[in-house]
Design a protein around this ligand. Structure first.
Ligand code: ADP
Length: 448
């Protein structure tokens, strides 16, 4: 096992990795930018190193600074968390060249799944169902129109290098397709420095259901069941739960098998997530693989009893998986709310600033993953996630009751948060009935 690890991230996921390390008796080195200099959570690390100014490009995304910190601090491995450098194949390679273990999949697997068209090709080769769509990058408006007519409207344009719901446009006819084609390309170029877009059939009223996988360095692979992440705004997840209210054991088995076939095809190792859309008729289609630990991993930890971050570290250190597929059993129901520093009454505008009151929920069935406490300053430079409120109960009805109670207890002052939005969702009859799809938020919560 590693003696000392560097955590190349910030905020709640840095705290999450710190906790896993502490329980494994591993020393921690945490990097921070000048914007996080006074953050209280830095105290949880054994050692901290400033890696640059607030701007991510010059700190959390700056490979030379992070490698220099790792060398100075003499660590054996780097945990990248999610976001920032976690899906940067080049960074994983640089770590390898510098004799530092990257806690994540091999660079080749990151590169394959980082390109959504390559990922689709791998899924097809593995025999998994994919959404009908273009074979490669669209080269012209004419090609887009021809393909869209062939597949049938509506279609969705997606960035090959996409992530975080950016670079996507839905088109219902030729005119919206032509406009969408140029908008999606411009947005993709700005966000990912890669204007490549492709086209897929737009699945109507789908649920987003994803499978968590773990694989060791010897090629043993298991999946840890699914997460339903259908409560989204602008293609970004807000609430996740496991198990999915929409899966029966038959679909769960088929989806799990498909997920394993896809990652096996890519010689995957460590933690990853295979994402699918499930249509109202019960057909599912592969959409992408996230080659890292995800924000919503805690719901799977709660229902399986497996500490995914600790497993990531064990796997990277060369340990064999300690369980087989038949050992994985889902217990009860877990739900997570992403608490963001955003104002739900002002179109979810980010609300950086000083937290003056932080009254956090607790009690039976409640887990709170956060880096915040009263007095914390939320810098404007990074994403707006301030906490993940997770509940775990024997069944979905009880989990909803616990979440409502926990949301009622949660009081934050100084900044606006998405807590009031979550309270409304947990009062909504369709959500309580488990009858939702990815359009739920847009349909029921008129966004000004
Ligand atoms: P990103 O990498 O930006 O997160 P994804 O491919 O994971 O993009 O898609 C994010 C979300 O966009 C999905 O959860 C779903 O809500 C929507 N989406 C993506 N592809 C389709 C599709 N073909 N039909 C309908 N919705 C889609």
């Amino acid at each position: 096992m590693f003696r000392r690890i560097l955590i190349a991230n910030r905020g709640e996921i840095a705290v999450r990795v710190l906790r896993a390390c502490r329980e494994l008796n591993i020393e921690t080195v945490l990097v921070y930018s000048e914007a996080d200099r006074n953050a209280q959570y830095l105290r949880l690390a054994d050692e901290t190193i400033c890696i640059g100014p607030p701007m991510s490009a010059k700190s959390y995304l700056d490979i030379p600074s992070i490698i220099a910190a790792a060398e100075i601090a003499d660590v054996e491995a780097i945990h990248p968390g999610y976001g920032f450098l976690s899906e940067n194949a080049h960074f994983a390679e640089v770590c390898h060249e510098c004799n530092i273990r990257f806690i994540g999949p091999p660079p080749e697997a990151i590169a394959s799944f980082g390109d959504k068209q390559r990922a689709r090709a791998i899924a097809k080769k593995a025999g998994a169902p994919t959404v009908p769509g273009s074979q490669g990058i669209l080269t012209s408006e004419e090609e887009a129109i021809r393909l869209a007519r062939e597949i049938g409207f509506p279609v969705i344009l997606k960035a090959v290098a996409g992530g975080g719901g950016r670079g996507m446009r839905v088109a219902h006819n030729d005119v919206s397709l032509i406009n969408g084609f140029h908008q999606a390309r411009a947005e993709a170029e700005a966000a990912f420095k890669n204007a490549g877009v492709y086209l897929e059939k737009f699945i109507e009223r789908p649920r987003h259901v994803e499978i968590q996988v773990l694989g060791d360095r010897e090629g043993n692979l298991v999946h840890l069941g699914e997460r339903d992440c259908s409560i989204q705004r602008r293609h970004q997840k807000l609430i996740e739960e496991s198990p999915s209210p929409a899966l029966n054991p038959d679909i769960r088995k088929k989806m799990g098998d498909a997920a394993l076939a896809i990652v096996r095809e890519a010689k995957y190792e460590n933690a990853g997530t295979v994402e699918f859309l499930l249509d109202p008729a019960g057909n599912f289609y592969f959409i992408e693989v996230n080659a890292r630990v995800q924000v919503e991993h805690p719901v799977t930890e709660m229902v399986t009893g497996i500490d995914i971050v600790q497993e990531q570290i064990r796997i990277a250190a060369g340990e064999r998986l300690r369980f087989r597929q038949e050992d994985i059993v889902l217990h009860g129901c877990a739900i997570e709310c992403r608490i963001n520093a955003e104002d739900p009454d002002a179109n979810f505008r980010p609300t950086p600033g000083k937290v003056t009151t932080w009254m956090a929920p607790g009690g039976p069935g409640v887990r709170l993953d956060t880096h915040i406490s009263a007095g914390a300053e939320i810098p404007p430079n990074y994403d707006s996630l301030v906490a993940k409120l997770i509940v775990h109960r024997n069944n979905r009805r009880d989990a909803i009751a616990t979440m409502r109670r926990a949301l009622a207890e949660f009081h934050v002052e100084g900044i606006k948060t998405t807590i009031p939005f979550h309270r409304k969702v947990f009062d909504h009859a369709d959500f309580i009935a488990g009858d939702v799809d990815t359009g739920f938020v847009e349909r029921h919560f008129s966004m000004k």
